[in-house]
Design a protein around this ligand. Sequence first.
Ligand SMILES: [Zn+2]
Length: 155
Amino acid sequence: MLNNALFTVDYSEMVIVKDIDFYSLCEHHLLPFFGKCHVAYIPSNKVIGLSKVPRLVDVFARRLQVQERLTSQIADTIREKISPLGVAVVMEATHLCMSMRGVEKQNSFAVTSAMHGAFRDSSRTRMEFLELIKLRSAVPGLRDTSSNYACVGED
Ligand SMILES: [Zn+2]
């Protein structure tokens, strides 16, 4: 789907598209979860048209989803299409199924991330990205997380 949106560059700067609104439906409870998606990558020789990134998020969000899988699908698609030096996807979402179940969790976000290449190998690159997107809550595995997951990975 991105085949017409790729073009070549000869430098390697981090490309970030942040605050992409998404709206999806949790496959466990058939209730909406929605929030912001942040995507970054470091091109090797191809880039994706910037307007195509939100469209990519939308394509995967439109299915019944689990937030964790949605996050990896976006990252994996970017990897497959342009083989970047690194790709990072962070999603912050409010899950209605979570809000409805527990009072103390009503204002919490579920945060998921997929980090590959330079974003996994270099903490400096990862922190630069996280600084630029200014998360509202912690990223799993990077800072302390207080079990913010909703139905992510739940049976
Ligand atoms: Zn759910």
